[in-house]
Ligand binder design. Structure first.
Ligand code: AOS
Ligand code: ZN
Ligand code: ZN
Length: 388
């Protein structure tokens, strides 16, 4: 087993970004279950995100979603975040919820709709300039429902044109992160359905265009760690949207459905040097807590990523390489499984104590009284997230 202290050093420096929309009410297309005490504005979302950081020590940034997190004064939002001990992170664009986007946004056959979508993406860059955000994350719901509905190749041309315009507008320290998703809301074709499509567009755009791997956006059975290993090798993995799925894009707590898959993914990241602080990979959560309390849901998610990371760090890579070189199939597999089957919770508890944190973030949050306070203080929360 590889060194505990070395593992702790990496874990201490790990950074996991939270999605602002995880703190608001959310649901499925059937029902949004309102919870008491949810944030009523972006300032309160930032305050809740700061709680997750306060108890885990590794989640110091919160991603914004425009327009859900639109405010008059981003300087004030940034200051509120700083006062609470965190900073504003990735800006997520939204070109999917207006009636105009029924047939697509940047790939819409109507040039006026394409222009509107592009203007929104430019507006997101203006927000980034004000918040100091590095990354613009683009997820397009664009696609078609019926064969013949639109020209597949023409839609790719329109997509490429929009991406070029956005990329050209970014400053030298900003990045374009292009997310893919197999299907939904479009059910026949999706314009960015897989990593290959995203990769090909990013490759043409340039170095600061990178792929986002959302773990919920693949066909069942897809080997996500292979995609991760490949993109890392090409220097094209810019971000993760972590979550869990049982069926489609379920957006459940990361590591809840398949902790082994999460471990395999993080092992590939570790092997490629992606856990280094300067790797440039944004480790984000993209989740909705429809039936469970939201702040504890985020705390648990962060802990799950930490546990999978700790196991990945404990893999005895020397023994693994030796077994691989000797063609020792079962030996190599055994080395990996030894690490996966290690209970890393004591190691993480120890690390938290060293960081001046409570070893049990879930219990510490529950004891803090914050949940009761927000229920008492906040009346009439906003709906934010899916199923609106
Ligand atoms: C949609 O399915 C994607 O996962 C998006 O990354 C994300 O949930 C959305 O853009 C929220 O900002
Ligand atoms: Zn996502
Ligand atoms: Zn998704």
């Amino acid at each position: 087993m590889a060194g505990r202290e070395a593992a702790k050093n990496v874990l201490r420096a790990q950074r996991i970004e939270l999605p602002s929309w995880a703190f608001g009410n959310s649901g499925t297309r059937f029902k949004v279950f309102a919870q008491q005490g949810v944030p009523r504005d972006p300032f309160e979302k930032v305050a809740d995100a700061a709680q997750v950081h306060a108890f885990t020590g590794v989640a110091p940034t919160v991603a914004l979603h425009i327009p859900w997190d639109e405010v008059e004064d981003y300087g004030a939002l940034g200051r509120a975040a700083a006062d609470a001990g965190i900073t504003l992170g990735t800006v997520n664009a939204n070109v999917f919820q207006d009636d105009d986007y029924k047939l697509g946004s940047v790939t819409n056959p109507d040039p006026a709709v394409r222009r509107k979508a592009l203007d929104h993406l430019f507006a997101c860059i203006d927000v980034m300039d004000r918040t100091g955000s590095r990354d613009l994350k683009l997820w397009f719901s664009d696609g078609t429902n019926y064969p013949g509905q639109d020209d597949i190749r023409a839609r790719q041309d329109r997509l490429a044109e929009a991406l070029e315009a956005v990329y050209a507008r970014l400053s030298a320290d900003q990045r374009l992160i292009l997310e893919y998703k197999l299907f939904e809301p479009a059910f026949y074709t999706t314009d960015v359905p897989d990593w290959g499509t995203s990769y090909a567009h990013c490759l043409r755009l340039g170095e600061r265009a990178q792929v986002c791997v959302d773990t919920g956006h693949h066909a069942p059975g897809t080997n996500i760690e292979f995609i991760v290993a490949f993109l890392l090798r090409e220097g094209k993995l810019g971000a993760f949207d972590f979550n869990s799925r049982f069926y489609a894009d379920d957006d459940l707590i990361v590591g809840a459905a398949d902790p082994f898959q999460l471990f395999r993914i993080l092992f590939e990241v570790k092997q490629a040097g992606g856990l280094a602080a300067d790797s440039g990979i944004a480790f984000m959560l993209d989740q909705c807590h429809n039936i469970e309390p939201k702040i504890p849901g985020q705390i648990r998610s962060v802990m799950n990523v930490q546990e999978a990371t700790a196991k990945a760090l404990l893999v005895d890579t020397e023994a693994l390489s030796a077994a691989q070189a000797a063609g020792d199939v079962l030996g190599a597999n055994g080395v990996l499984m030894d690490a996966f089957n290690t209970d890393v919770r004591p190691l993480l508890a120890e690390l938290r104590e060293e960081m001046g944190l409570d070893p049990d973030p879930m219990a510490a949050y529950a004891r803090s009284g914050y949940a009761e306070r927000i229920v008492a203080d906040r009346v009439g929360g906003n709906q934010a997230g899916w199923g609106a």
